[in-house]
Design a protein around this ligand. Structure first.
Ligand code: SF4
Length: 433
């Protein structure tokens, strides 16, 4: 069953990053970011290769200074020499023109942060309010004085245009460099680092995030550059979801269709971080929104990759392992379900592409596993019944022979390969959908 048909993906333009692409009909791309300092070139190279080997398809490296951006040349060369080509993104934040222009020579994508790209404090204008006081708007959303403060700080149209002109002047060299070297750009807005002008005008809000991104996108289009994608990240799931939904609505209004990069930033670690990331990312994916994802964990970034793939597989968007459908078991269960599920998984986990159901009883089991390719179902008298789709293939199997009979069935159907066969060899044989 083509699960995507239940929630068609939003139609987006294609953004190309070297040999990979996101948006359009491309699979949803998995990306992450290394944690090594860029000046530790060899350590960066090692982490990039490790992430790629774990399945990461686009690896981001921070470039806080011009020297870091220059080092990307050496990092790129060493990665290519030791491993092969790995698509790289340079992460650019404060006062980013020279850094981004340099990075564009060496990487596939440059990420700029509109909130920080031209860092300008407005609060000292006319000497009324100090900058720190203006910034303090963020922490005082519920305070009645905020409206008053915002009114005092409000930009008049000429000042607004003046700042936009300053942004354009700083930004055009980056656009031109991306065009010249055929690089992609991510316009990456963070809820926690909106510019003061946006903060004063729109508040600390999803609207502010969206308008901040739109300004940069419009400048790109004005200068004939469209190899773009967008991220709108927040550490609060409802804000991240609202910002992405709003971005889609605003892009529809202005005739843009750029791919979206989804992520919940500063999610933390452990189970809660994974659930929090999934809540934000999967909610949007199930609405057809999202073309690339990153799960941000305060752990080794390699731990992010399986979570990304699990989210995509659970949403029916990419298949990277066997999908096991197993009931929770109850008083009707005819065998020790966790043990049997473990045995079935151990025997078949390499058969990437298959859906295999393990159900405790015949009462509800066959109906509830209806979409699985194969079913392993408990029956009366301690026996097992094997299904192919909805069809009973064999019943009355003693429990101790259940797994070997399942393997025999897969062999008979031409779907079995030995576990030591590499996934790349298995995949084409077993993708059934
Ligand atoms: S499939 Fe059968 S054993 Fe499993 S939870 Fe449902 S009723 Fe219980």
């Amino acid at each position: 069953m083509a699960l995507e048909s239940f929630y068609p993906r939003r139609k987006t333009s294609v953004c190309r990053m070297g040999p990979v692409a996101m948006g359009g009909n491309n699979p949803i791309l998995v990306q992450s970011m290394i944690t090594e300092e860029t000046r530790n070139v060899d350590a960066c190279v090692e982490q990039i290769i490790a992430l790629r080997q774990a399945g990461c398809e686009l690896v981001r490296v921070t470039t806080p200074s011009l020297n870091d951006a220059r080092l990307m040349e050496e990092i790129r060369a060493k990665v290519s020499e030791r491993y092969g080509y790995v698509p790289l993104t340079a992460d650019v934040h404060h006062q980013g023109t020279d850094i981004a222009v340099e990075a564009a020579k060496h990487v596939d994508e440059v990420r700029i942060n509109p909130g920080l790209f031209v860092f300008k404090r407005h609060g000292t204008r006319a000497g009324e309010v100090e900058a720190d006081e203006a910034i303090d708007l963020r922490g005082r959303q519920e305070d009645a004085s905020v409206d008053q403060l915002r009114a005092e700080l409000a930009y008049d149209p000429s000042e607004w245009q003046e700042e936009l002109d300053a942004i354009e002047e700083s930004f055009v060299p980056v656009i031109e460099a991306c065009k010249k070297y055929d690089r992609a750009m991510r316009v990456g807005v963070n809820h926690g680092s909106l510019s003061e002008r946006i903060l004063v005008t729109y508040g600390d809000s999803p609207d502010g995030m969206v308008e901040s991104a739109l300004e940069y996108l419009q400048l790109c289009e004005k200068h004939g550059y469209t190899n773009l994608n967008i991220s709108l990240k927040a550490s609060r799931v409802p804000i991240m979801i609202a910002a992405n939904r709003r971005m889609v609505a605003r892009m529809d209004e202005v005739g843009m269709a750029y791919p979206l990069h989804l992520g919940v930033t500063e999610a933390g670690d452990g189970t809660y971080a994974r659930i929090k990331s999934t809540a934000g990312i999967a909610t949007l994916l199930m609405e057809g929104i999202g073309d690339t994802i990153r799960v941000s964990l305060s752990e080794d970034p390699i731990a992010e990759i399986p979570v990304c793939y699990d989210i995509l597989q659970a949403c029916g968007l990419r298949k990277t392992k066997v999908e096991y459908i197993a009931c929770p078991s109850c008083g009707r269960t005819k065998f020790n379900l966790p043990t049997v599920l473990h045995q079935v998984r151990e025997a078949t986990r390499h058969l990437v592409g298959l859906d295999i159901a393990v159900m405790g009883c015949i009462v509800n089991g066959p109906g509830e596993m209806a979409d699985a390719d194969y079913g392993y179902v408990g029956a009366a008298g301690g026996k097992i019944t094997l299904y192919r789709k909805r069809e009973v293939v064999k019943n009355g199997i003693p429990q101790e022979n259940g797994v070997s009979e399942l393997i025999a069935l897969l062999k008979a159907d031409g779907l079995w390969v030995e576990p030591d066969v590499q996934r790349s060899e298995v995949k084409p044989l077993l993708v059934l959908n």
